[in-house]
Design a protein around this ligand. Structure first.
Ligand code: FES
Length: 89
């Protein structure tokens, strides 16, 4: 699922490690990540095949590339998205 928050477009994946929210843009060339392929905790971008570990946001192809991740809290079967970027903490 993905949503727009002001200018931000965020996609939420249900990975093996749980729900993960990331900016819906690949740091390589800007592809929409919601069109990527998810396998376990690894998301592969559909444009050029870069892969990302959703638990850390780290790109497995280029050390400098990282997804912008956002915190999710689950309460009473509802997902709450906290818009402060996790990478800044
Ligand atoms: S835009 Fe995602 S790998 Fe190139």
């Amino acid at each position: 699922m993905f949503t727009h928050l002001q200018r931000l477009q965020i996609v939420i994946f249900q990975a093996v490690s749980g729900y993960v929210a990331v900016e819906n843009r690949c740091p390589h060339a800007g592809a929409y990540l919601h069109e990527g392929q998810l396998s376990g905790n690894i998301l592969t971008c559909h444009w050029h095949g870069w892969s990302f570990d959703l638990k850390s946001g780290q790109c497995l192809n280029e050390y400098w590339a990282r997804l912008k991740r956002y915190e999710i809290q689950i309460e009473c079967k509802k997902l709450y998205l906290l818009t402060e970027e996790l990478n800044n903490r």
